[in-house]
Design a protein around this ligand. Structure first.
Ligand code: AN0
Ligand code: CP
Length: 314
């Protein structure tokens, strides 16, 4: 692995999951691996889990960490090649990325999509520019279309709760008041298909995700039917991919205990942050079957196993 932008950068995703579970048992086993190495983390957007868990992971490996909130603390960055820079953007990514590559051995980047120009967002221009100009391995901390560190943590969590039979995993769309990226859902869809599960996606018509991520998943427009017999319910809102960035108002898609009663006593998952009683009802958030805090804990080990792999190849 020489970068971590998607599942395609990982030769054996299940081996990575198992390695993360071993690290979780002995998190300081590789404390000298990152000695005198620096992890840089750039945030173009808000974050709680990614920011804290990735710093913790880097420190568990003995690394130094530099964190930058690009939109507040740094110069505004121009990303278009050939731009005439006579507006508010003071620095080009060609210099900014190359400079950060001088200070850091690994660079993590969080940058959400604008949700206005689908072609631009799905080209992953920003994170690819960091790859091009930084000259050091780049880790996605959630890019315009993918959130692989989250999905790896989700697979770790599902592995830890693996039932006796091949599980039915359901990704369900749920309501939200704002236009959210498709990244978590795209990523979950591609990672979960590396596991031996039956995978169903349910959402209202018009909220289809891009085919290249959903591939062989079963699509079921009837949420109640999709929930029948499920072992894991993964809840996430996303804005429309077809009518790009549009917010769809379907409050009845909230995940509540009546819907959970249709499942095979399913565990319920969400990447967080979650809006209670809009996306998921309190009764489900507070139930014994809720795995959200475990997922958040596993973000440390997903980041740590990725940084470990990258450090071993520096
Ligand atoms: C973001 C998203 O949906 O991609 C981050 C999730 C990890 N969520 C929000 O902006 C609420
Ligand atoms: N799940 C997740 O990535 O959370 P943050 O946006 O808080 O980092």
């Amino acid at each position: 692995m020489n970068q971590f932008l998607s599942v395609d950068d990982v030769k054996d995703p299940m081996a990575l999951v198992n390695d993360a579970i071993s690290l979780k048992k002995d998190p300081f086993a590789f404390q000298s691996l990152g000695k005198n190495k620096t992890m840089g983390m750039l945030f173009f957007n808000s974050s709680l889990r990614t920011r804290m868990s990735t710093q913790k992971a880097a420190r568990n490996l003995g690394m130094d960490v530099l964190v930058m909130n690009v939109t507040q603390d740094s110069w505004q960055i121009e990303t278009q090649e050939g731009a005439i820079m006579n507006s508010d953007k003071a620095e080009h990514i060609m210099e900014a990325a190359a400079v950060m590559g001088q200070y850091c051995d690994i660079l993590g980047v969080r940058s959400f999509p604008g949700l206005k120009d689908r072609e631009m967002d799905y080209s992953e221009h920003l994170i690819k520019s960091f790859v091009k100009y930084a000259g050091v391995p780049v880790v996605s901390l959630e890019s315009a279309t993918l959130h692989p560190l989250q999905s790896l943590a989700d697979l770790i969590t599902i592995s830890e709760h693996w039932p006796k039979r091949k599980p039915k995993v359901v990704l369900t769309w749920a309501p939200h008041i704002k236009a959210l990226p498709q990244a978590v859902s795209n990523s979950f869809s591609e990672w979960i298909q590396k596991m031996d599960v039956d995978f169903t996606i349910t959402h209202p018509q018009g909220l289809e995700l891009a085919d290249k991520f959903t591939k062989n998943a079963t699509l079921e427009y009837d949420q109640l039917k999709a929930f029948e017999g499920a072992d894991f319910i993964y809840v996430k809102n996303w804005s429309s991919y077809q009518d790009y960035g549009k917010v769809i108002d379907q409050p009845e898609w909230i995940v509540d205990s009546a819907k959970m009663a249709l499942t095979n006593d399913a565990k319920v998952m969400h990447c967080l942050p979650v809006r209670r009683n809009v996306v998921i009802a309190d009764e489900v958030m507070d139930s014994e079957n809720a795995l959200m805090i475990e997922q958040a804990n596993n973000r440390t080990y997903s980041a740590q196993v990725v940084l470990k792999e990258l450090l071993q190849r520096l």
